[in-house]
Design a binder for this molecule. Structure first.
Ligand code: DGP
Length: 138
């Protein structure tokens, strides 16, 4: 499938819609997920226009995992979570709903099950205080 430039993350990358930003460099962007599966749920994207792992260049794949590592350390420090899960979905059958490749960085706590595909939108003002803590821990 060709890359669709109207997807929501393409709009965030072009600055057409806002996000609660955590980190940005020349190849990647990280921001808070507005439908978090846990407090501190962050997304890491390549700036390259790629739908999934199959169409992503090796250079962007390397950049995404490097940013995900940096963000995961900061999310862990800021939330105090004993575990952090990295998840990346490819294709509708795998549960992908936004077709610009992204890595989920999700804090995990003992005894708390994860609901996949949380659908409650959280306002930016609610996400911002923890986002500030994560940015400070980068
Ligand atoms: P996936 O199912 O792997 O394609 O994950 C898409 C994630 O993107 C899901 O956890 C919800 C999140 N999401 C959807 N729309 C927006 C948005 O407009 N802003 C932000 N920050 N996250 C979004």
């Amino acid at each position: 499938m060709p890359y669709d430039r109207s997807n929501i993350f393409a709009k965030i990358l072009r600055g057409e819609i806002p996000c609660v930003k955590i980190y940005e460099d020349d190849k990647t962007l990280a921001f808070m997920d507005v439908m978090p599966q846990a407090e501190g749920h962050t997304l890491v994207l390549p700036k390259e226009e790629a739908e999934d792992i199959f169409s992503l260049s090796p250079a962007s794949a390397a950049a995404v995992i490097q940013t995900a590592q940096k963000v995961a350390k900061a999310v862990k420090a800021a939330t105090g979570a004993p575990g952090v899960m990295l998840v990346q979905l490819n294709g509708k059958a795998a549960g992908q709903s936004v077709f610009h490749i992204h890595m989920h960085v999700i804090p995990r706590h003992h005894g708390i099950d994860l609901e996949f595909h949380e659908r409650n939108m959280v306002p930016a003002e609610t996400l911002e205080p923890l986002a500030a803590k994560i940015r400070a821990a980068l």
